[in-house]
Write a protein that binds this ligand. Structure first.
Ligand code: BT5
Length: 340
């Protein structure tokens, strides 16, 4: 399992730059057929757009919500794109355009669709609810309506595409910083390569995918558990998953503030992807749950025990086996021996 999943080339189409220049609102509106713009703000090159399914016409609060969300509506205010935008600096690249969908299959697929059509770098697609949220190896990602932040960033890093694998490490560090800004006093740890843990439990999963070639793009999908209680998780996750609210032991958090903290931190760290990646790797290592621990490493070819030693300059993991040999793990799964 590589650090980075690739879309098949057959899924790519030539970017339509002309569309992108014609006004972002109508651009997104035309692309996301079946959705209807209900709120938009900002100048044409910095927009915030909240969509709802066209099946749910805006006839009062209840009817503008899809069924799943209606059940949740007393529990959390809806996510509004312009409320996130209002908390962000003008000069950012990540989150320069923010879309909020009421419901979609996977925000990674929407961001990829926008990437193929030439949407601007830094577009962030949020969904209140994902019906087919996924992790690596097509594993299911629980994306309960209005309880978390389920979003994807469309990026075109100015790096050789071989180096786009850096995005996983960059995202892990940026999200860890964002969580600590959203919940002061918490300590966010990284379980290499793509999980963020709070208090020993998984609070965030990251899924990076890319389409190579001319007009290529990368999608960084981030799932953050914000306001779930323990009982909100399926039974099999209750011992292993947590949310920001659980970790704080307190009241529900403002998801707009949390979303803005995450986008701000990712944006501030984005230049380092190109210019100071060694510092990003050093922080990922300092935050790592794995260093100095005995691991079981699972690759498609073999499973073996090893000691986690360090992160390599490209973000891959260096381990030492019982016979003293050193290996570099660039993908696959690792589990901490004697741990969940
Ligand atoms: C991940 O995969 O952790 C990456 C998850 C990425 C989700 C985001 S949401 C926005 C974007 N759109 C998508 O469709 N995906 C991205 P992986 O390391 O394979 O972990 C998956 C495993 O985490 C599952 O098999 C469960 O055991 C566990 N899991 C599922 N949902 C969870 C949740 N909400 N919180 C904590 N653990 C969860």
């Amino acid at each position: 399992m590589p650090l980075f999943d690739e879309y098949r080339p057959s899924q790519q189409r030539r970017p339509r730059q002309k569309d992108a220049q014609n006004g972002l609102c109508s651009f997104f509106n035309r692309l996301l057929t079946g959705e209807e713009v209900i709120r938009k703000s900002g100048p044409p090159n910095r927009v915030a757009v909240t969509f709802l399914p066209s099946a749910a016409k805006p006839q009062g609060e209840a009817s503008r919500l899809s069924e799943g969300i209606t059940q949740e509506k007393n529990l959390a205010p809806p996510l509004e794109a312009d409320a996130i935008l209002a908390r962000l600096p003008e000069s950012r690249r990540i989150g320069r355009t923010i879309l909020v969908l009421e419901e979609t299959g996977s925000t990674n697929d929407v961001a990829a669709q926008l990437g193929r059509a030439g949407a601007p770098e830094g577009t962030a697609v949020f969904a209140e609810c994902q019906t087919a949220g996924r992790g690596r190896l097509s594993r299911r990602w629980e994306s309960q309506a209005r309880r978390g932040l389920w979003f994807s960033l469309l990026l075109r890093p100015a790096l050789a595409q071989a180096d786009w694998a850096r995005l996983t490490t960059w995202a892990a560090v940026g999200v860890a910083r964002g969580l600590e800004e959203a919940l002061p006093g918490c300590r966010a740890a990284i379980k290499w390569p793509n999980d963020i843990y709070l208090g020993g439990k998984k609070a965030v999963g990251i899924l990076c995918e890319s389409a190579a070639g001319p007009g290529g793009y990368a999608v960084v999908g981030i799932g953050v558990n914000v306001n779930q209680t323990r009982a909100d998780f399926p039974a099999e996750l209750q011992e292993r998953a947590t949310s920001l609210r659980n970790a704080s032991g307190g009241a529900p958090l403002d998801r707009h503030a949390a979303a803005a903290a995450l986008l701000r931190q990712l944006d501030a760290l984005y230049p380092a992807l190109e210019h100071d990646f060694a510092a990003v790797v050093a922080e990922a290592q300092a935050r790592s749950l794995l260093m100095g621990r005995t691991l079981t490493v699972h690759t498609p070819c073999e499973t073996y025990a090893a000691l986690a030693e360090a992160l390599e300059p490209d973000g891959s993991l260096r381990v030492r086996c019982a016979d003293g040999s050193v290996r570099r793990v660039a993908g696959g799964e690792v589990s901490i021996t004697g741990w969940q």
